[in-house]
Design a protein around this ligand. Structure first.
Ligand code: G1P
Length: 294
């Protein structure tokens, strides 16, 4: 079975919605409980079988790269002080996993950021994880199971997979929204939080529509599995919404020639890129970890 082992995590955003917290600390390193938000996203990727992670950032984001590297001085100081366990806990990244960073250059949007990873990803098919979105890691393997499901579904028919979840009316304008091929009885999240993943073909996406123009309530969550062809479409995508090269536009082009599926999400996601939901997520993560410590 064809396995996806490469993933791109774009970390080039300035995090304007998270100011002043993000003024000198990359928003991806802001804490959710006792770890930086991106820690959970990388753990999710690894649990789904990813071995090569490419962070796409810029000069102000090098602290993220350092977080995934060994701090030799700190390591030796902790070991000298017999804090072996603490030192080991900092070196949690498995030996067969690499995290590298490439710079985006110009800030031309999400599509442009994904394309910037092409020199490292090469000919591989790959996953994309947007680090603003953190899937609830306190529900067993459920978070990583979403990406693992998408990777398996891609292996079956080569259809790129895009994770979607039903959102409330007032949140529709914040997301890419799926246009469905046929009437699909949308997953009722209130009734069944632990529903199963389902994958089916999608007609297209509309980036951040008004509620009145939204073709459904199924929003792009920020987890993708792409066939390598997406790079060719990204290379030909012109700037659109917000003057940026939108990933959503390249996906629409991909749909017209190759199949693209949506996968419905299991479990819960938290938006760590918006101050209000970040604060709610922080409280949730902290409460879970405090309960674990008791
Ligand atoms: C991006 C995508 C959007 C997706 C969202 C998920 O938007 O363009 O389709 O729904 O992430 O968080 P952003 O939040 O970067 O503006």
């Amino acid at each position: 079975m064809k396995k996806i082992t490469h993933a791109v995590i774009p970390v080039a955003g300035f995090g304007t919605r998270m100011l002043p917290l993000s003024k000198s600390v990359p928003k991806e390193l802001l804490p959710l409980g006792n770890r930086p938000a991106i820690h959970y996203v990388v753990e999710e990727a690894i649990a789904a079988g990813i071995k090569h992670i490419v962070l796409v950032g810029h000069a102000q984001k090098s602290a993220i790269e350092n977080y995934f590297d060994i701090n030799a001085e700190l390591d030796s100081q902790l070991r000298t002080k017999c804090k072996e366990q603490l030192a080991d806990s900092l070196n949690w990244l498995p030996d067969d996993v690499t995290v590298s960073m490439i710079r985006q250059g110009k800030a031309l949007g999400l599509g442009h950021a994904v394309l910037a990873a092409r020199p490292i990803i090469g000919e591989h098919d790959f996953a994309v994880l947007l680090p603003d979105v953190v899937l609830d890691p306190f529900t067993g393997d459920m978070a990583a199971d979403n990406l693992a499901f998408m990777i398996d579904a891609f292996a079956e028919d080569n259809h790129s997979q895009i994770l979607v979840d039903k959102v409330a009316d007032e949140d529709v304008h914040k997301y890419g929204i799926a246009k469905l091929n046929e009437a699909f009885s949308e997953v009722n999240r209130e009734d069944d939080k632990a529903n199963i993943n389902a994958s089916f073909k999608v007609a297209g996406f509309i980036e951040k529509p008004n509620l009145a123009d939204a073709p459904s309530k199924l929003a792009v969550v920020g987890r993708y599995v792409f066939s390598n062809h997406i790079f060719d479409y990204l290379a030909n995508t012109k700037a659109s919404v917000g003057g940026e090269i939108q990933l959503t536009d390249a996906i629409d082009a991909l749909i017209s020639e190759y199949g693209v599926n949506v996968t419905t999400m299991r479990g819960y996601s938290y938006d760590a890129g918006d101050m209000r939901s970040y604060m709610q997520a922080f409280i949730y993560f902290a409460e879970q970890q405090l309960a674990e410590d008791e």
